[in-house]
Design a protein around this ligand. Sequence first.
Ligand SMILES: Cc1cc2nc3c(=O)[nH]c(=O)nc-3n(C[C@H](O)[C@H](O)[C@H](O)COP(=O)(O)OP(=O)(O)OC[C@H]3O[C@@H](n4cnc5c(N)ncnc54)[C@H](O)[C@@H]3O)c2cc1C
Length: 345
Amino acid sequence: MTDTRVLIVGQGLAGTALGFELERAGVPFAIASDGHARSASMAAAGLVNPVQGQRFVKVWRVEELLPFAESWYRATGAELGGELWHPLKLRRLFANPTEAARAARKQARGELAPFATAMADGSGVEIHGAAWVDLPALLTRVAERWRANGVLRESAATRAELQVDADGVTWRGERFRGAVLCVGAGALAREFFPELPFEPAKGEILHVTGAELAVGHALSRGTWAIADRAGHARIGATYERGVEDVAPTAAAREKLVADARAFVAGDLTVIEQRVGVRVSLPDRLPAAGWRDGARIGLFGALGSKGTLFAPWLARRWSEALSGATSVWPDALSVTRRLAKAARVE
Ligand SMILES: Cc1cc2nc3c(=O)[nH]c(=O)nc-3n(C[C@H](O)[C@H](O)[C@H](O)COP(=O)(O)OP(=O)(O)OC[C@H]3O[C@@H](n4cnc5c(N)ncnc54)[C@H](O)[C@@H]3O)c2cc1C
């Protein structure tokens, strides 16, 4: 008999969101996780920002993604016994007159509505709808739940171990109808989907004390600072395109502290430094879809926007695995054309 279970490989944000959606849809699954030592989700600040970058770009389909993400994290937090979604008052400060002029032009054309309004003193824009999500809490609580109910397999699932045939996938003697790779930076090994031009970008963030920033407030001027609890803030993130190692560096620490001191008052003391690797495709959109006769799937390339995209994409994946016709849009397909010129930010 063909097995109806799905194998999820990787328990970062993508694998966690997918497993949760499969639970809700009643689709049986098991999840292979090699732990969180290399998980970008454990390093990330979980910032959700509808208007991003030096060019003030409204995120792709943000009008749909943002309310979905908020209700997903709130419902999931309620189920797990702790709030995950923390709304932020985010002020995006202009780094120079060029940025100010660019933002003013976009606002005059109505391109940033309803997510940005000018600050009265002209120093930046207020971003509406921003939040931070406690991703480490989500991953840790879900791992406990899946350890307890027996779906978690605490081991890597390597390419050599996954045997694909016409009816499904075998992994360590267990049968599955298919495997969905949610491996984050694991995709850079190009064992699966070698045709996709994945790009790494190392990122470092700091946890500091002493920032004089009210809880629930955040400032950004390229580098951002988020006051996530009384007396504490996260400062980040560096972005080193093409770098894949996860070693913390003094240079990143010094840069982030110097950047933050320019716009955050207080005596900042670093108490933690985290590192992870983001994985993107050239158009900076995620990738989802099947290969090998719908036996091996990909849910990845979440880049710097995983917090916003993962719940919505997990729902699309769950619909696909439940037999619904609604699947991911062409813009996110693993078979889309990818050229450098296709960047959206
Ligand atoms: C410093 C930093 C700051 C960031 N800040 C933000 C932010 O503020 N907002 C935002 O939206 N995004 C942010 N990001 C990006 C965000 O972290 C990612 O978009 C998202 O977390 C990626 O989730 P993922 O599940 O695809 O990958 P990961 O979280 O990396 O998870 C992949 C998991 O799969 C496991 N794995 C890999 N191979 C195997 C295998 N063969 N078998 C079993 N398990 C395997 C890995 O160990 C890992 O646990 C940041 C990233 C970094 C590095």
